[in-house]
Design a protein around this ligand. Structure first.
Ligand SMILES: Nc1ncnc2c1ncn2[C@@H]1O[C@H](COP(=O)(O)OP(=O)(O)O)[C@@H](O)[C@H]1O
Ligand SMILES: CC(=O)N[C@@H](CCC(=O)OP(=O)(O)O)C(=O)O
Length: 305
């Protein structure tokens, strides 16, 4: 693709006009989202490739530069798994959540609030943005309670409460730190690690965490960057638009399964809390964020009320 400087360096007149038209088409979206909060959940599966990570950071900086208030909430499930394996710590998931004992939560905090958080902050800064790395602990931004989940026991077929250890569900969001950060024109990059009411450190599913932040701040948009094109139907075809009722039906009939369940449930809760629209997109598509925000509807699945 030609760069903007090509405009001055011999692009044909037709190409110049079409380039100018593309730039001009961004104006209504800049106006629509001026001063609006856009929460982007950057999943661990969407990370990894350096060029893609640079394109993601550049998109976030572009949103900020265009007058929007992007907030990045990131995951890092595969990266936590790799570190736990390196250290010889066994890990398992129950009800879609990582069973997190004391040793595991230390690694989760180190990987999420440490290396991944700082890598994203550096990438945004390298593109000319000013990012600040935070987690739920900073300013008591997100307070959690130990999760309670039930699962059917395969032997007895009875629903049983599962103990997931230090895994939390957000109970209270205190936006003071984020308001302060917004005043300073910084871009918050938040890791889903948070304090419990009992003073312990908790591991929080990044989708759930992003939904809580978006709901509490009354975000206009919540974007999920994952490793599939969006919600797929039973034939594996992308569903471009989904109502809440239809999304619920797809969970009940098993079309939506695994990691897509907490994602879609978070989308429904965020819509209930007033977020205007929630979109699940493929984070492996370069500039997925830009495509979503600067067009009527980009490439993924939009869930609406
Ligand atoms: N109907 C569906 N449409 C799309 N993905 C689905 C569906 N049902 C289950 N999935 C699974 O959900 C996964 C995305 O969730 P997850 O792995 O938790 O992503 P992330 O790490 O980005 O949060 C997909 O890779 C896919 O395997
Ligand atoms: C409780 C729980 O499961 N926490 C997640 C937190 C990271 C996460 O959610 O990362 P992705 O968005 O990349 O999946 C975990 O330990 O993997």
């Amino acid at each position: 693709m030609p760069t903007t400087s090509d405009l001055a360096n011999g692009l044909s007149e037709a190409n110049q006009v079409s380039r100018a038209r593309i730039i001009s088409e961004a104006l209504p979206f800049m106006q629509r989202y001026d001063d609006k909060t856009i929460v982007v959940k950057y999943g661990g599966h969407a990370m990894g490739d350096e060029a893609l990570a640079r394109a993601f950071a550049r998109d976030v900086v572009l949103l900020k530069q265009s007058g929007m208030m992007p907030i990045v909430v990131h995951g890092g499930g595969p990266q936590i798994a790799a570190m736990l394996e390196k250290l010889g710590i066994k890990s398992e998931f129950k009800a879609g959540l990582r069973v997190t004992d004391k040793a595991t939560v230390e690694i989760v905090e180190m990987v999420l609030a440490g290396s991944i958080n700082k890598a994203i902050v550096s990438a945004i800064n390298a593109e000319g943005g000013r990012a600040i790395g935070l987690c739920g602990k900073d300013g008591n931004m997100v307070e959690v309670e130990r999760v309670t989940r039930t699962m059917r026991d395969p032997d007895s077929n009875i629903e049983k409460v599962v103990d997931l250890g230090f895994v939390g569900d957000p109970k209270k969001v205190n936006p003071a730190v984020l308001n302060m950060v917004a005043k300073e024109d910084l871009i918050p990059v938040i890791a889903p690690v948070a304090p419990g009411i009992d003073g312990e450190t908790y591991n929080v599913n990044a989708d759930t965490f992003a939904g809580a932040i978006a709901g509490a701040l009354g975000a206009t948009r919540l974007l999920f960057l994952t490793d599939v094109p969006g919600v797929l139907d039973a034939q594996g075809k992308l569903i471009k638009e989904l109502s809440v009722a239809e999304a619920r039906r797809l969970i009940t009939d098993g079309t939506i399964s695994g990691g897509m369940i907490p994602k879609v449930e978070t989308c429904i809760e965020a819509l209930d809390r007033g977020v205007e629209a929630v979109v699940i997109v493929n984070g492996k598509t370069p500039h997925a964020v830009l495509l979503e925000i600067f067009t009527e509807h980009g490439a993924g699945t939009m869930i609406h009320r």
